[in-house]
Design a protein around this ligand. Structure first.
Ligand code: FES
Ligand code: MG
Length: 595
């Protein structure tokens, strides 16, 4: 059944008319108009009732993951023009995951703020959001949620598959593997660099199911990107064609007045959570998706992630949870094929509206899977119940564990005790930030063995600042040489989506905000019980109270001084990872373009 067409708005209702064609205020109109004519635009283009469409350019030489958007934007522009719109491309604050110190996550809210100002303050009727690298989709969709003008996102696409000596090398994931071999002395520094570089063979973002592939798949699951567009590898011809179609479509979205608030509903967010489990998505997803939800006014918590997402199976066989990379995933059918499986299993709200004006059910129900090695049927998944657990206790109020990356080795060593299944206790060794870890991890005095739990604190949104991706800590070299490749890790920082370590992370509140991790001392014992979703310090209430008083008397958990004005501003305003790490109060500005 064809969807009922939405009524079209009258050109007099275009937002851009307030700037460029406002007879009530000829002085301002002339002032607004004249400078946009100076490079060749005509008065007719700006006053003929054509939608003016922004192209939010996140690519640049400083952001190589998104750099291909500098080419793709031309095809977006062609599509906008062909559909009767006028394109205005503008730069966004760069957020390169692998290039920004101290961490790209510090800049997500900065990019969000600046994009809100652009979308709100300039004559734009709609916007194409050029996304890709990890934080670019979140920053862009957060801004679209706040301003609520018609918006559509276009991913830059993953790089081609990486190969080294006949084996697939996936972005990020190969780093974690190669650094184990480097630490064990199997390969030297140059061999280490060569193996890692092999994972980046072309333009595009990470080719694993890291945070970029995850967030862009979720943009599609939310309905904010054209169906089938997220997984197309960056250099493929289909990528340019999707750019053209996206440009065409945003013009229609303006005429249909199809806004983010029409698409980003509770149902859409639940669809994204379900999809995230099925694709083996990143532990960064709850942070960013919760942030977008808050900004559009939909309540969403980490409990929702467990309730809606935990029981869903893992269907996509892609690194780090599986074996393959972006090219195979695209050829197997990409997200629409995954959604089709989930619809058949009754796990998707099929009536959720998407940016092409159709529901996600209409878009994906008939999608086929072309390679069952890469996208599994719902009835024969790679792993059952593959979602996130949300743990609580005296260590923190919320921390996420990605169960789909629990290895056989990890399960056997820590979770398989028949008298205490899915629970373990251990002695902690505590590190205060990543530098402390790097300096001391190989110190024999720490006496780290198989029963040690590594703690990373001081790595949250305030402590680091921005929250560092450092919780997946490698054991000391001596332990690795004995074959112990991973230890349980817990921390108030984040972890790269490309890492296959089952850490307990995003702990909120962080140590710097008075969370339980701040009370730990080397040698304390803690207990993790996955069945009960509990994570506790094995100390008496009196001892915990005494330590809490001590900490307060010392002025709280110490962290390094801010090095830039933005670090200081964000630290004073930022909420915790479980709350989406948004700036306090930013959710009070929903739909600013309507006011
Ligand atoms: Fe940019 Fe992975 S580093 S997408
Ligand atoms: Mg990352």
């Amino acid at each position: 059944m064809a969807p009922t067409p939405r009524p079209r708005i009258d050109p007099s209702r275009l937002r851009s008319r307030l700037w460029f064609d406002n007879p009530d205020n000829p002085g301002m109109t002339a002032l607004y108009l004249e400078r946009y004519l100076n490079y060749g635009l005509t008065q007719a283009e700006l006053q003929a009732g054509k939608p003016l469409i922004g192209i939010a350019q996140t690519g640049s030489d400083l952001s190589p993951c998104n750099r291909h958007h500098m080419e793709l934007a031309k095809r977006v522009r062609d599509g906008i023009t062909a559909a009767g719109g006028v394109a205005f491309e503008f730069p966004c604050h760069p957020i390169q995951e692998t290039g920004k110190r101290p961490t790209a996550a510090l800049d997500r809210n900065l990019a969000y703020l600046s994009l809100v100002e652009v979308l709100y303050g300039y004559p734009l009727d709609g916007v194409v959001l050029l996304t890709g690298c990890d934080k670019t989709m979140p920053a862009c969709l957060m801004a679209a949620a706040t301003v609520n003008i018609p918006a559509i996102s276009l991913n830059v696409g993953p790089m081609l598959n990486g190969w080294s000596r006949g084996e697939r090398t996936g972005s990020g994931t190969v780093v974690w593997k190669a650094r184990e071999r480097h630490a064990a002395g199997d390969i030297d520094y140059q061999q280490f660099l060569d193996i890692v570089a092999s994972s980046a063979p072309s333009t595009g973002h990470c080719n694993t199911m890291g945070t970029a592939s995850t967030m862009n798949a979720l943009a599609e699951a939310l309905g904010m990107a054209l169906p089938g567009s997220a997984a197309i590898p960056a250099p493929y011809r289909e990528r340019g064609q999707a750019a053209y179609a996206t440009g065409q479509r945003i013009v229609e979205m303006v005429w249909e007045d199809l806004k983010p608030s029409d698409i980003l509903t509770r149902e859409a967010f639940e669809n994204a959570i379900v999809a995230n489990t099925a694709i083996g998505g990143s532990t960064n997803a709850p942070i960013h998706i919760n942030a977008i939800a808050k900004l559009i006014g939909v309540p969403l918590t980490c409990d929702d992630w467990e309730r809606v997402g935990y029981d869903i199976p893992l269907l996509v066989n892609m690194q780090p949870a599986g074996a393959y990379l972006g090219e195979e995933y695209f050829r197997a059918g990409g997200l629409p094929a995954v959604i089709a499986e989930l619809i058949e299993a009754g796990k998707i709200h099929a009536d959720a509206l998407t940016c092409n004006g159709r529901t996600i059910g209409e878009n994906c129900r008939e999608a086929r899977t072309w390679d069952r090695e890469v996208i599994k049927p719902y009835s024969e998944p790679l792993r059952e119940r593959a979602g996130f657990l949300n743990l609580k206790g005296t260590l923190f109020d919320s921390a996420i564990m990605k169960t789909s990356v629990i290895s056989r080795e990890f399960y056997d060593r820590y979770l398989s005790n028949p008298n205490d299944p899915y629970a373990f206790e251990g002695r902690v060794v505590v590190f205060d930030g990543p530098e402390d870890y790097h300096h001391r991890i190989d110190d024999p005095a720490l006496d780290i063995d198989e029963n040690t739990i590594l703690i990373m604190r001081g790595a949250g949104p305030i402590g680091y600042p921005g929250a560092a991706e450092v919780v997946n800590m490698q054991p000391p070299g001596a332990l690795i040489r004995r074959g112990v490749l991973s230890l349980p890790c817990i921390g108030d920082g984040r972890q790269s989506g490309t890492s296959g370590t089952p850490s307990i992370l995003n702990a909120s509140p962080e140590a710097a905000a008075g969370g339980g991790l701040a009370l730990l001392q080397n040698g304390d014992r803690i207990r993790i019980d996955l069945n009960k979703r509990q994570a506790d310090i094995l100390l008496s209430d009196e001892e915990l109270a005494r330590r809490r008083e001590d900490l307060a008397a010392r002025g709280g958990y110490p962290y390094p001084a801010s090095q830039t004005p933005w670090q200081a501003i964000q630290r004073a305003m930022v909420e915790q990872l479980s709350e989406g790490m948004i700036l306090r109060g930013s959710d009070a500005f929903q739909k600013v373009a309507q006011t």
